[in-house]
Design a protein around this ligand. Structure first.
Ligand code: PLP
Length: 247
């Protein structure tokens, strides 16, 4: 995808004026991701860049897709439902926001991965609806790595038990972990998260594959890549400052 962004730039295609900053930003992110990868990771490792779309109009999201973005991250069910029909269907959509059990039904057939599973209750509802729709839903288990009262996610202490419990569900497949380190976290927090990820991976729990470590946002994605992340979730650095408060 970074190749695409570079090519588009080289061809110097005319762009819609108000979106030209998105292409500029995307090229910078690609450059930084490639650099971090070269510096800290083994060659051949794949690091995915997700565009986080909250508050961003569908046409701006589609512009990013036209420039090479292949993965979209959705935070809010309501907002997603209002935009999904407008989205370029070539991009894969994953859910990354807090998810109430009574809203799983609205996204179960549209997203390929739910990154924000932090309770057996939520996993159980995903399992029930996945079974009903004849599918297996891929999920990540979200850890509250900073133990922040305001954030969702299971505690590091409770993680392993939860992963074991979810592994028993037939229509849910755990594919890895997701974390939102507190703003301004030091390297120790990212390193701790990577350590947890590798430890769970070593357990080789049946029906669980630790393929994805989703960690890193606009302010810390290079640090996250240094510490094992292979999926970075970028909002403001790509689309600009959001227009209204999160909530
Ligand atoms: C908003 C959000 C992001 C992106 O945050 P930025 O700092 O704007 O890059 C990433 N992950 C989650 C879960 C988010 O809610």
């Amino acid at each position: 995808m970074c190749q695409t962004a570079a090519n588009q730039a080289a061809q110097n295609q005319p762009q819609q004026d108000n979106f030209s900053d998105v292409l500029e930003n995307l090229r910078e992110i690609c450059y930084n991701v490639e650099n971090a990868k070269a510096k800290y990771r083994k060659s051949g490792e794949d690091i995915k860049i997700m565009a986080v779309t909250k508050t961003v109009p569908a046409e701006k999201v589609n512009f990013a897709v036209s420039q090479g973005i292949t993965l979209l991250g959705e935070n809010r069910v309501q907002e997603y439902l209002s935009k999904k029909d407008l989205y370029d269907k070539t991009a894969e959509v994953q859910f990354i926001g807090r998810l109430q059990t009574n809203k799983v039904k609205y996204i179960i057939n549209d997203v390929t991965l739910i990154q924000s599973v932090d309770s057996l209750k939520l996993a159980g509802e995903i399992d029930r609806l996945a079974a009903k729709n004849n599918k297996v839903m891929n999920v990540l288990v979200e850890i509250n790595i900073g133990n922040e009262a305001t954030k969702s996610g299971v505690s590091a202490d409770g993680l392993e038990e939860l992963v074991w419990e979810i592994s028993q569900l037939e229509n849910v497949a755990v594919k890895g972990l997701m974390a939102i380190p507190p703003v301004g976290s030091g390297e120790d927090v990212f390193d701790k998260m990577n350590g947890i990820f590798l430890r769970v991976k070593e357990k080789s729990i049946p029906n669980v594959s630790m393929d994805i470590l989703s960690m890193g946002m606009s302010g810390d994605y290079e640090l996250a890549i240094k510490h094992g992340s292979n999926l970075v979730r970028i909002g403001t650095r790509l689309f600009g400052v959001r227009n209204y408060m999160e909530g």
